[in-house]
Design a protein around this ligand. Sequence first.
Ligand code: SAH
Ligand code: SF4
Ligand code: F3S
Length: 460
Amino acid sequence: MEYITYEHNAEAADIISRYYDTPPLAYVHSYGCQQNVNDGERIKGVLVDIGYGLCDKPEDADLILFNTCAVREHAEQRVFGNVGALKGLKEKKPGLIIGLCGCMANQKHVVEKLRQSYPYVDLVFGVDGIDTLPGLIARKLEKHKRILLEPAQRPVIVENLPIRRESEFRAWLPIMYGCDNFCTYCIVPYVRGREKSRRPGDILAEFRGLIAAGYKEITLLGQNVNSYGKGLEESIDFADLLNLLCSVPGDYQIRFMTSHPKDASHKLIDTIAAQPHLCKHLHLPVQCGSDRLLARMNRHYTVEHYLELIEYARARVPGITFSSDIIVGFPGETEEDFQGTLDLVRKVGYMQLFTFIYSKREGTPAATYPDATTRQEKTDRMSRLLAVQDEIAMGLVRAQVGQTVRVLVEGYGRLEGTLSGRLDNNLTLEFPADASLMGQYVMVHLTDARATVLLGEWMP
Ligand code: SAH
Ligand code: SF4
Ligand code: F3S
């Protein structure tokens, strides 16, 4: 593993500025998880660094980049659909560069498909190649040839990539990249490569910069944050890193995702209990509630271990809430396995569930597992799960009414004249107020709930 520092590519910037009469515009769209969204912010930063302006509409762009996600088939189909829709644009504007990067670009068969069937895609590069983008664009402009890079994993971490963040008060901060867990359904380890941790000093420096710039909510990112620190010179684990960051003075809150239950420790939970900067919420994806399937998923924990963690967290951190990811219809899931999932969902009482119907990913072990459950059965199980979850969430939300809470104002509410925010425990609320409060901490009295959204009154 090597740590390198991004350097401005003056030669590429020069080639680009000579090629266009006025500064060219780039449209970058990111799909998928927060990690990918954050990569997209860095891609934008790099493009601005070499002279591009950014635009919101593909029609205005000289460069269109889709930063893609491969986690489910649906995600890939959407990208192919959106790329296909650019054909007409390219015919009208032959100088337009169309590029694809991110997780799909790290799959051999995708690059092959683009080569064969999408001749108007000019540029393909993988998740580890953001710092090489200036050179690729310059080469493309000079040689007028397609550049479709084959997937390759680079054992490097590039620090100091320029960045154009989407928000002025909420920021994503990656602490590690890749994944070594190889859950049998999941494509991420294949497209994102081996786990690599950023050095604590680099994370701390970026964190300090964010706090100094007025950021109020920092979300630490990694596919399994609890295994942070492996392979570093320093002896440090995730809880130590949280303590290090929390020592920075300021008015801010820290969230993190994702915690893998097999590596979530009591030390982590004790740290959440002790550090006021840490939100009292844990996203702890369980995937399903059947030990038989958990083993087949290669998750390395049991329902019992998972519930013990939840119980420990409840005892140590009063008011803590939980959210989870659930896969319905994993190959071989029986009605009994599914009942286990419903049972577990009821026992934990999640505030929020992210539910997915299993999607077969070529190249993963589960793609070869026999799967007799019909699509109809799977969608039926999904709606039963959602019905159980809705009732739980509504009960939990309603129980918050009457409290006065401190929240960070994050956006606009659904009703005219309202703003929205999130409680420490990740619940959302809406209240009438004017936009000048955006990005600030305010006190709100919770007066009512509509479905899973709390309603409140601002207490100036
Ligand atoms: N690293 C994180 C999540 C990464 S992907 C973790 O381990 O929790 C986000 C979620 O997508 C996963 O938690 C899982 O629920 C879902 N997912 C991943 N692969 C999937 C597949 N092949 N089909 C359906 N859902 C999948
Ligand atoms: Fe995928 Fe499992 Fe890694 Fe999460 S921990 S990214 S689900 S392989
Ligand atoms: Fe998708 Fe890649 Fe994230 S596959 S979920 S964008 S790591």
